[in-house]
Every structure is written in C-alpha cells, then in structure tokens.
Design a protein around this ligand. Structure first.
Ligand SMILES: [Zn+2]
Length: 78
C-alpha cells in the first residue's frame, strides 16, 4: 500500500506526514551543523594558538633586544 497522494510528504523539504518516508537530509544536516561547529571551534583554537605563538615569539624577541640593549649600555658605561 503505497499512496503518496494521500499525504503531503515532501522528503526533499524534510517534511513527512505519513511517518514512513525516508528522510536522509535531516541527520546529514545535523551532522553538517556539528561539523561546521567543530570546524569553527577548531579554526578559532588554531587562530588563538597562532596568535599566542606569534605573541610569544614577539615577546622573546623584545626580551632579547632588551638584553642586548642592556649589555650595550653596560658596555658603554664601563
Ligand atoms: Zn511521508
């Protein structure tokens, strides 16, 4: 008994009245949303890690420059 006319089912729109239609897009969209969220979270984490790395390198560079500057000043004072 397959009477698709008696129900206004539209699997393409993930709409089903009979409750027997196979609606593959729904779980896929959920998975896509989760994947997008994971991707966004991963991208944000990678961005933060990169910023932290750049900042740490910059801070180390500044520290070394300061040490060199101190050494030069100490040398001049002596
Ligand atoms: Zn249906």
């Amino acid at each position: 008994m397959n009477r698709p006319v008696s129900y206004a089912c539209d699997p393409a729109q993930r709409y089903c009245e009979c409750g027997r239609c196979a609606l593959p897009p729904a779980p896929n969209i959920d998975l896509d949303a989760v994947a997008k969220l994971n991707r966004a979270t991963t991208a944000t984490a990678m961005c933060l890690i990169l910023i932290a790395l750049v900042l740490s390198v910059f801070a180390v560079g500044l520290w070394r420059t300061e040490q060199v500057h101190k050494a030069i000043v100490a040398e001049r004072n002596v």
